[in-house]
Design a binder for this molecule. Structure first.
Ligand code: CP
Ligand code: NVA
Length: 290
């Protein structure tokens, strides 16, 4: 939400161009460095950032919490001041979103959200690229979110604002996104409890795990509470005939999504995962110029 709509659209178009012409501007981040602070596990986000920096001629530093003074209690503010005098970009994956905001306030260089408990914006860049590639502009289309109203869902709400689509959310009672987000976006976003109603005629159906990082203690309870919210062929039969299914991954086959949907030969989820790389390159290149 810190970027303008036009800037986000330009990043998506740049990501598509970089994907189609891998040699394009390959040294735009020569001698630049990205510091990566990760307090949660990651495969896609970490690899995409590291490969993006390498492919654009720069380098990255992976900073696991266990290895840094930040992990031993050095204040965030001090870490932000020190790191941002040495590197060109910082990305953080953490629990409390407020930490990202405090860090950014004390940083001289751009701070990128690599996932917090509230939002996962980089994933949405990849999801939007994937939709644009397969179906064209998402403006005016209908998107259904079926599942937990957590970080991914909340980033879909922000994307509905930035990319002008209608978003219907089907989530169990007690798993709604934050009320202030729903209120802010009430012209575009609505809670539709019933998954069938949410996906009816939808052009894109998206979900995420039922037990996110940090919620592991609730796993058994959540399995029961989310029963009936699985994305499967029956549910998707109510969507538009050319519906796309997306999942940020990692996925749990047989829980939030059936194995048939995950492994469908025409699934775009692997393009979606690959696009994490191309959108990272586009985002980093954009940030290096702004
Ligand atoms: N989708 C996503 O962010 O995956 P990772 O947790 O593997 O980075
Ligand atoms: N909602 C998930 C996304 C993982 C990429 C989590 O926070 O664990």
């Amino acid at each position: 939400m810190d970027l303008e709509k036009a800037e986000l659209h330009a990043i998506i178009q740049l990501a598509i161009a970089l994907k189609n012409s891998p040699d394009l501007r390959e040294d735009t981040l020569q001698h630049k460095t990205l510091a990566m602070i990760f307090e949660k596990a990651s495969t896609r986000t970490r690899v995409a950032f590291e490969v993006a920096m390498t492919q654009l001629g720069g380098s990255s530093l992976f900073l696991a919490n266990s290895d840094t003074q930040l992990g031993r209690g050095e204040p965030l503010e001090d870490t932000a001041k020190v790191l941002s005098r040495m590197v060109d970009f910082i990305t953080i994956r953490t629990f409390d979103h407020r930490k990202l905001e405090v860090f950014a306030q004390h940083s001289r260089v751009p701070v990128i959200n690599a996932l917090s408990d509230d939002f996962h914006p980089c994933q949405l860049l990849a999801d939007m690229q994937t939709f644009f590639e397969h179906r064209g502009d998402i403006q005016g289309k209908t998107v259904a979110w079926v599942g937990d109203g957590h970080n991914m869902c909340q980033s879909y709400i922000n994307a509905a604002e930035q990319f002008d689509f209608e978003l219907r959310i089907a989530c169990p009672q007690g798993f709604e996104p934050d009320a202030w987000l729903l209120e802010r976006s009430r012209s575009r976003v609505q809670i539709v409890r019933n998954p069938v109603e949410a996906v009816r005629g939808a052009h894109l159906v998206a979900t995420d795990v039922w037990t996110s990082m940090g919620h592991e203690d609730e796993r058994e309870k959540r399995l029961q509470q989310f029963a009936g919210f699985q994305i499967n062929d029956e549910l998707l039969s109510h969507a538009a005939s050319d519906v796309l299914f997306m999942h940020c991954l990692p996925a749990h086959r047989g829980e939030e999504v059936s194995a048939e949907v995950m492994d469908a030969p025409d699934s775009v989820i692997w393009d979606e995962a690959e696009n994490r790389l191309h959108t990272k390159k586009a985002l980093l290149e954009f940030l290096s110029k702004h």
